[in-house]
Design a protein around this ligand. Structure first.
Ligand SMILES: Cc1cc2nc3c(=O)[nH]c(=O)nc-3n(C[C@H](O)[C@H](O)[C@H](O)COP(=O)(O)OP(=O)(O)OC[C@H]3O[C@@H](n4cnc5c(N)ncnc54)[C@H](O)[C@@H]3O)c2cc1C
Length: 430
C-alpha cells in the first residue's frame, strides 16, 4: 500500500486525506494543533457543555466539491438546504427587507427577487437587473485590472445600491472591501452563485457546530480506512535530495517512510517550514483580512429567523443558534484590535438599535473570537501571484485555499485543492 503524508488538518488536508484513503492509500495526517479543522473549528464552552464555532461557516449550493466531500464522510444530514434563496435583511430601527426568490422559473426568479428587494428604489433595482443581464450576455466594462468599485461605478450603481446590496455581497463572499476586491474574481463568484442554476444561489447552513458537522465524521472516515491522524505534530522542516523529499522532521520525530507528501497549509506556514529547511522558493505573498465573531448566550432568545443580514452596520450578520447568537464582522480591520469588553459593549448596543426586541440584559455569557488572518485578500495582484507560482518536486504537492483553484479563500477552494492534489498523487503512484 502506498503511503502519503498529509501535512495540515484543515479542509484542504482533510479533503486530500479522504480522497486518498478512499482510493486505498495509507494516509498519515500531521496536524500542529491539538485539534482538526484549521480555520474552521469549534471551541468547547464548559459553562454550557456545548461547542461553538470560531465563526459561522456558510456554504452555498454552488459548493459542489464541498457537498461531495460531505457526502463521502456522511455529513449531509448535518446541513440545512434552502429551497430557494431567502435572506432577511434588517435596517436600523428593526425594519426587515427580504431578498427572496421562488424555486421555479430560473433565472427569472432571480430578477423577481431583486425587483422585490425594498432596500433599493425601483430605479436602483432596475440598475441591478441591468448589471446581471450584462453579466449574463457580455461585459460592457473591461474588468482586467479593475476593482469592484471601478466596475460598479462603470455600471452606474448608486451609493445606496452599493451600501445596501453590493457591499454586503462582496464582504460576504470575498471578505474584503469593494475598493480592494478584484472585479474579475467577483464576476466569477457572481457567475458561480447566481448564473449556475437555482440551487447554486441557495445558502447551505450547518445544523450543528463544526465539530459535530464535519470534524468527527472526517476523523472517523480516515481512521476507518486505517489512516492515522497525529495531532500536536508540528512539521518543523523537510530534507530534500535529488528533487525529492527524503525526510519530514516534526517537533517530536522524523518520517522517511512515505511515497508522497501533500502540504496543505496556508502559504505563510509553508514559508516557515521552507525557511527552517534553508530552501528558497518564491512563494506568493498575500495581504490578509480578518473576521471578528462575538458569541452571546441569551437568557431568552427573541430572534425568529436562522440568520439576518444587517444593512449599513459594522456587524454584517447575526446567526441564531438557539441558546446563543453569533455576530459576524468580515474584513474587521477597524475593530479587531479593540479590547474584547469594548467590542461586546459596542456590538450589544448596535444589536439593540437593529432589533428593538433585543435587550442587553438578556446576555448571560459572551466570547469574542478574533481571526486576524482569516482569508487572503483577492485583490487584482493575487490572481497573477497564484497563477505564476510553480514549484515542483517528484514526491511533493501543495494544497490549501490559496493555491491556484481560481476560487477565493473559501471552504470550496480548500476542498478542491485537496482533491486536485490527491488526484495527481493517485495518477502518479498508480
Ligand atoms: C472566522 C472564519 C469564517 C469563515 N467563514 C467562511 C464561510 O462562511 N464560508 C467559506 O467558504 N469559508 C469561510 N472561511 C474560510 C475557510 O475557513 C478557509 O478558506 C478554509 O478553512 C481554509 O482551509 P485550509 O485547509 O486551506 O487551511 P487551514 O484551515 O488554515 O488549515 C491549515 C492547517 O495546517 C495546520 N498547520 C499549520 N502549520 C503547520 C505545521 N508546520 N505542521 C503541521 N500542521 C500545520 C494548521 O494548524 C491548520 O489546521 C472562514 C474563515 C474564518 C477564519
Amino acid at each position: 500500500m502506498k503511503h502519503v503524508i498529509v501535512i495540515g488538518g484543515g479542509f484542504a488536508g482533510l479533503s486530500a486525506s479522504i480522497y486518498l484513503a478512499e482510493n486505498n492509500f495509507k494516509v498519515t495526517l500531521l496536524e500542529a494543533s491539538p485539534k482538526l479543522g484549521g480555520r474552521a473549528y469549534s471551541i468547547y464552552n464548559q459553562k454550557f457543555d456545548d461547542y461553538f464555532d470560531n465563526g459561522q461557516h456558510i456554504l452555498m449550493g454552488c459548493y459542489e466539491e464541498t457537498l461531495s466531500f460531505l457526502k463521502k464522510i456522511n455529513s449531509t444530514n448535518n446541513i440545512e438546504f434552502q429551497n430557494s434563496l431567502h435572506v432577511p435583511f434588517v435596517e436600523k430601527g428593526g425594519g426587515v427587507v427580504e431578498l427572496s426568490t421562488y424555486k421555479k422559473f430560473y433565472p427569472l426568479n432571480l430578477f423577481w427577487g431583486i425587483l422585490n428587494y425594498k432596500a433599493l428604489s425601483i430605479k436602483e433595482r432596475l440598475k441591478v437587473i441591468d448589471f446581471f443581464l450584462d453579466l449574463m450576455c457580455c461585459y460592457s466594462c473591461d474588468l482586467k485590472d479593475k476593482t469592484v468599485r471601478d466596475w460598479l461605478e462603470c455600471k452606474r450603481q448608486s451609493e445606496n445600491t452599493i451600501k445596501s446590496f453590493w457591499e454586503i455581497l462582496v464582504v460576504g463572499t470575498l471578505n474584503t472591501t469593494i475598493e480592494k476586491a478584484s472585479a474579475e474574481i467577483f464576476s466569477d463568484v457572481l457567475q458561480r452563485i447566481f448564473l449556475s442554476g437555482n440551487k447554486a444561489a441557495t445558502i447551505v447552513l450547518p445544523k450543528t457546530s463544526l465539530e459535530k458537522f464535519y470534524l468527527e465524521n472526517a476523523n472517523r472516515f480516515i481512521k476507518s480506512k486505517n489512516g492515522k491522524i497525529n495531532l500536536s505534530e508540528r512539521v518543523d522542516r523537510i530534507e530534500i535530495k535529488n528533487n525529492k523529499i527524503l525526510k519530514i522532521v516534526t517537533e517530536n520525530k522524523s518520517y522517511s517512510d512515505f511515497d508522497f507528501v501533500i502540504m496543505a497549509l496556508p502559504e505563510y506556514a509553508v514559508k516557515k517550514i521552507m525557511d527552517n529547511s534553508n530552501i528558497n522558493i518564491n512563494l506568493p505573498e498575500f495581504e490578509y483580512s480578518s473576521i471578528l465573531n462575538v458569541n452571546l448566550w441569551l437568557k431568552e432568545n427573541p430572534f425568529k429567523e436562522k440568520f439576518y443580514g444587517l444593512i449599513g452596520s459594522q456587524i454584517h450578520w447575526l446567526f441564531n443558534h438557539g441558546k446563543h447568537i453569533s455576530l459576524t464582522t468580515s474584513s474587521a480591520e477597524n475593530l479587531i484590535n479593540l479590547e474584547n469588553s469594548e467590542i461586546i459593549r459596542h456590538f450589544c448596543s448596535e444589536i439593540e438599535l437593529y432589533f428593538p426586541i433585543f435587550k442587553i440584559e438578556m446576555v448571560i455569557d459572551s466570547k469574542v473570537i478574533k481571526e486576524k488572518r482569516a482569508t487572503f485578500i483577492p485583490d487584482i495582484a493575487s490572481t497573477e501571484k497564484r497563477k505564476n507560482f510553480n514549484w515542483q518536486l517528484e514526491n511533493f504537492l501543495l494544497a490549501g485555499d490559496w493555491t491556484n483553484t481560481g476560487l477565493p479563500a473559501t471552504i470550496e477552494s480548500a476542498v478542491l485543492s485537496g482533491k486536485i492534489a490527491s488526484s495527481q498523487v493517485i495518477s502518479s503512484l498508480k
